[in-house]
Design a protein around this ligand. Structure first.
Ligand SMILES: Nc1ncnc2c1ncn2[C@@H]1O[C@H](COP(=O)(O)OP(=O)(O)O)[C@@H](O)[C@H]1O
Ligand SMILES: [Mg+2]
Length: 366
């Protein structure tokens, strides 16, 4: 049976200095996949290891299936083996001297299951991960992607309550990574497994996660479904980390509800969605994706005139560097034909729902 995971105000300090995990709270309902996404060193692995019981948290509470497994304030710590968790790591943790079948059977033997039961479960799990025909092969004769499938099968075969995956695709080459990524989602959903998956790769997070939590410096900045992370980033860092690399600077003129009007100087005024209580006079950063710039279009709102500085044809798409009243803007046009050229003036529309305003704290978003 897969179980719900609840993390409340988790803190993990290694010695002195900034905590590696700094007050993180979220839940993973039974059967859901949550992905923790963030740059290297932001605390993803430490969070995962605290859930597994491999690290001793400094504060907060972790519960699996409603049972508290860690709460340092009460001196409570359940050992890793009593947590009934499966784990898959970046390195292929397989037994090199065993066949595929022996590797996958190992956790069941370890748990003293009956032999007939073991054979049926191993066969079923190997089918699930697409290795039905490889049972008798020595595991060392497999490719990296296949070894990772063995590691996955070995974690799934005893149906743990919870599956933890730490960048399991990072060691694979690009093509395999994409293939196994799509497969992983199918496999996890098919088993109804509750999953906590950590990665620094945005695309992986979007494809795999029912919800994505973006982390930075040990803190969880936003936890939401992928579409919300991509269309309503709560924070300038979330916007930037998930690919909204354009930033326009301006002064807030006013705000009505979640819409702010911002003076961009020579470029004119822009209307933008904002999750923050900006007020008139604040300096703001307006973030937007290159994909959302509508080149050559005059919409109803946020119509600007710009100049194409450079045009980079990339075959399937074209990237344009634009000047917008003295500020730089990158635009992306999909398709195999470039429709605009360098050194031309051009009209463009920046749809207000794709422009996101944040208070400018004086630091770059990254
Ligand atoms: N065993 C450890 N001892 C001291 N510092 C650690 C240890 N493990 C991780 N850290 C530190 O904690 C922070 C978060 O690390 P980690 O959780 O591995 O990040 P991520 O998985 O997001 O790359 C980093 O600053 C890292 O150096
Ligand atoms: Mg890590």
């Amino acid at each position: 049976m897969s179980a719900a995971l609840l993390i409340e105000d988790l803190v993990k300090k290694f010695g002195t200095g900034r905590p590696a995990v700094d007050g993180v709270s979220f839940d993973v309902p039974a059967g859901e996949i949550v992905v923790l996404l963030g740059p290297s060193g932001c605390g993803k692995t430490t969070t995962l290891r605290c859930v597994a019981g491999l690290e001793h948290p400094t504060g907060g509470r972790i519960s699996i299936a409603g049972r508290v497994v860690s709460e340092p304030e009460r001196g409570l710590l359940v050992s890793p083996r009593e947590r009934d968790i499966g784990m898959v790591f970046q390195s292929y943790a397989v037994w090199p001297h065993m066949t595929v079948r022996q590797n996958v059977a190992y956790p069941l033997k370890h748990r003293r299951k009956a032999n007939g039961d073991i054979n049926a479960k191993v066969r079923e799990t190997l089918e699930l991960v697409g290795l039905g025909d490889y049972a008798e092969r020595p595991v060392t004769s497999l490719s990296g992607g296949q070894m990772q499938r063995v590691a996955l099968a070995r974690s799934l075969v005893y149906r743990p309550q919870l599956l933890l995956l730490d960048e399991p695709l990072s060691n694979l080459d690009a093509k395999l990574r994409v293939h196994l990524r799509d497969e992983l989602r199918r496999i996890l959903k098919q088993t109804g497994m509750t999953g906590l998956y950590v990665t620094h790769d945005q695309t992986e997070a979007v494809v795999l996660g029912d919800r994505i939590g973006v982390m930075r410096n040990g803190k969880l900045l936003q936890m939401a479904p992928p579409g919300e992370i991509y269309n309503r980033p709560a924070d300038a860092f979330v916007a930037n980390f998930t690919g909204a690399s354009n930033v326009l600077l301006g002064k807030v003129l006013g705000r009505t509800g979640e819409t702010a009007t911002i003076d961009l100087g020579a470029a004119g005024r822009i209307e933008a969605w904002t999750p923050q209580p900006l007020s008139a006079g604040d300096t703001a950063r307006v973030a937007l994706r290159a994909e959302n710039v509508r080149l050559g279009e005059r919409g109803d709102r946020n119509v600007f005139s710009g100049r194409v500085l450079e045009c980079r044809y990339q075959g399937m798409q074209t990237v344009y560097d634009l000047d917008l009243g003295g500020q730089r803007l990158e635009a992306l046009e999909l398709g195999t034909a470039a429709r605009h050229h360098a050194n031309g003036d051009i009209a463009l529309t920046l749809p207000p729902e794709t422009c996101w305003a944040y208070r400018d704290d004086g630091h770059a978003a990254d």
